[in-house]
Design a binder for this molecule. Sequence first.
Ligand code: ADP
Ligand code: MG
Length: 701
Amino acid sequence: MSEKLTDLFGSDVFNEATMVERLPKKTYAALKKTIENGEDLDPTVAEVVANAMKDWAIERGATHYTHWFQPMTGITAEKHDSFISPTSNGKALMEFSGKELIKGEPDASSFPSGGLRATFEARGYSVWDCTSPAFLREDASGVTLCIPTAFCSYTGEALDMKTPLLRSMEAINTQAVRILKLFGHDVKRVTTSVGPEQEYFLVDKAKYLKRDDLIFTGRTLFGAMPPKGQELEDHYFGCIKERVASFMKELNIELWKMGVTAKTQHNEVAPAQHELAPIYASSNIATDHNQLVMECMKRIANRHSLTCLLHEKPFAGVNGSGKHNNWSMVADNGKNLLDPGKTPHENVQFLLFLAAVLKAVDLHSDLLRVSAANPGNDHRLGANEAPPAIISVFLGSQLEDVLIQLIETGEAKSSKDGGRMNVGVHTIPEFKKDATDRNRTSPFAFTGNKFEFRMVASSMSIGTANTVLNTIVADVLGNMADELEKANDFDLAVHDLIKKTVTEHKKIVFNGNGYSEAWVEEAERRGLPNIKSMVEAIPAMVTDKAVNLFEKHHVFSSVELHSRAEILYEAYSKAINIEAKTMISMASVKYIPAVIKYTKKLADSINSIKSAVSDADVSVQSELLKETSTLLAKAQAALKKLQAAVTEASAKEDGAEMANCFKDAVVPAMTDLRAPIDALELIVEKELWPVPTYGDLLFEI
Ligand code: ADP
Ligand code: MG
């Protein structure tokens, strides 16, 4: 396998090696300049690249190409065109022009635009992103050449996840390079790297198909916990392994072929839950690849009669799924700017970047919070299984100690575990990469040479989270550069700046247990926001602070931000509306009729026993009948209330108002309907229960 793997890896990618092999030297050099230095692309270069790409793709069986883009639905979109072009003699040629490579025209009106559509034309363009390589994808429809593209409106507004991400990468590049210049480095480019760890569930497809809630909403809306939750894990390990392993094997091969560096895979805490982590790549490619990972997981699960659930909370009472977004900044000399390093000089630089991240997270935690907000994540954040909804930074005790020394004495002389460091002010004690797993409860943890943003939702694109992260850090670095560029004594100025920044923003640092109630109170004392839901998080996108920040760095215009906030409100309302309607339907046509059958069975039993032996003891049946009937009545009442709540929320005209109504009226009504049905599940005869239970779904695959 190992020799084969090296051949296999990237075999379906139009990567550097392929370009070197297939492009004329001059074309390759021109394209590389665009990729590496962001220079404008010459249309004649595109023409040559298109032709080479087409030949390469056709040799590998491709019949179609697609501009692959990431609209604001959070998933990817594609429209396939064949290479076929008719000739005058009734035959066909395979053609693909530079124009077709560079630009496509999907109708923007079919994708969420948050009001941009009302003001602007429906025309939309997908534009080639040559920094993310084209690749081939094989599915039932054959082989398709996929060209990663950005997607924007006729008037240039970004309608996707990629455009703002690329803009934010430019922003952080500009500002980080300024800082590095001050430290005397001849660096041309700083890129952000991301390694997203992806969690997911696998369930049996046949069972999945019996649950409307899973089909329509991706999560169970009803379901009692199996009576022996933990003990059943033995069963899980015993049975599931083979099928999941063969899924993982095939998934890896598919991903490797597309150049996705799937590296780590393991079972997660919850039964039927797993994780896949790739080797990190530039933010843009990592974001594209993460979409491919999610897409592939779903497709390949299907081939194994499994269904992959990417929802943040498929099962109540069972740990949900998230994404750990590992993030760092790397200069073009290969140096990771978040690596503490060994020499004092570099340590100052590290401390400055560290201080910048602390400040950025403290100032803009509301933006990070909204970047991780979706309806599914509302069930996880702050529910003692995932980070709290309060954003804080974990540094580990050694690094925090260094910062405290800096704040208190202006010097960091020692590391906490005793080793003397004599290098004076501009150093931090060397510390081992051991902080990583010590605090699983922190939403934003320093893990050796990177920050791990752990709030990101499992089903979401990581695009927005990284756009925010890059922009907020770019902004702080820019302000720091403004100050330092003016300084007469750089060494002194940088020392003062680190001390000042750390002192002002130390309130964001928290190394304790993020799941504890005490932290919620402490965070409130510190003035850290605790934004509990997606709907409450959205306004952060359109504050003056946010508009100024994003406009300053040309990442989002005010119009784009407002449209995105609208899209989020709409997405929330739609998601809850679908969930509520699914619940209403399942309760009406599945659960309630099943329970009625059961009550009838009990009543028949009582009657027939009584008529056979008039003084026989039917107390069990009577008790069950009473209990069941009471719960049934409760369910029916809750159903009516939920229907009324949905009607009320749906009637709201304003997007924010509607979303708030769904959150405040519909969501609690859903909980009220679920409670009696879940209680009934534990009473009603299993044979009569109309859908597979948690036990069936989680343990029997
Ligand atoms: P852990 O979360 O246990 O520390 P790893 O160290 O294996 O696990 O890293 C998890 C993810 O972080 C992987 O996707 C890995 O590629 C990524 N990663 C490692 N180093 C960096 C870095 N410098 N920048 C961004 N991501 C990184
Ligand atoms: Mg991790």
